[in-house]
Design a protein around this ligand. Structure first.
Ligand SMILES: [Zn+2]
Length: 201
């Protein structure tokens, strides 16, 4: 069985991810959106999350019974990572800050998904992942643009919000779509721009 997720994270790093997570957790727990105790309820078997609370239905607006699922919790992330990197493909926008050209320009979905890319095209794609790892590990991460040949910091590349370079986020495992008003409130509590990514594993 596959699991769906909604990941919400800040578009950029925040200064105090741990403090912020405590504040948001308290808010979610006082509204009974999530439980107060950690338990094994997320996709990862080695990490714990928070199960939906008694009033979680208030934020999803439907009474789909997610509590019947083993994986139904909320996972909190407060470390640097490329959010949603698992969904990264050559169809993801990664625009050079110097020449404003997409790194993957000219690669068609058909060629990419049927393994018909040229070696040069594949190289453009494969070279990104080591830089993702470097960034996650607080090392210098940069890419040389294949179009203008200029080297730029990874985080200066513009993306289409299907990935984010951040250090603060939540993943709601198998929750249906969250209400817009909840997302607005969440954004206000976090105090900075957030991005929502839907996906499945
Ligand atoms: Zn360029």
């Amino acid at each position: 069985m596959s699991d769906n997720y909604i990941t919400i994270c800040t578009v950029k790093e925040v200064e105090n991810p741990k403090e912020l997570s405590e504040k948001i957790l308290k808010w979610l727990q006082s509204n009974e959106t999530i439980e107060t105790e950690l338990s094994y309820c997320i996709f990862s078997m080695s990490n714990k999350g928070y199960k939906p609370g008694n009033k979680h239905i208030d934020v999803i607006g439907s009474n789909e019974n997610i509590l019947r699922l083993k994986v139904c919790g909320v996972e909190i992330k407060t470390e640097r990572e490329v959010f949603n990197a698992g969904a990264f493909t050559a169809m993801t926008k990664l625009e050079c800050p110097n020449c404003i050209t997409d790194r993957f320009e000219g690669i068609t979905p058909q060629d990419f998904f049927t393994d018909n890319c040229t070696e040069e095209q594949l190289n453009r794609f494969d070279t990104v992942f080591p830089e993702f790892d470097k960034w996650t590990n607080n090392e210098n991460a940069s890419l040389i643009c294949p179009h203008c040949l200029k080297e730029s910091n990874l985080i200066n590349y513009k993306t289409d919000n299907s990935i984010a370079f951040s250090n603060f986020g939540f993943t709601f495992w198998n929750w249906p779509d969250l209400k817009e008003e909840f997302l607005m409130e969440l954004k206000a509590k976090i105090g900075t721009d957030i991005v929502r990514m839907n996906g499945h594993i």
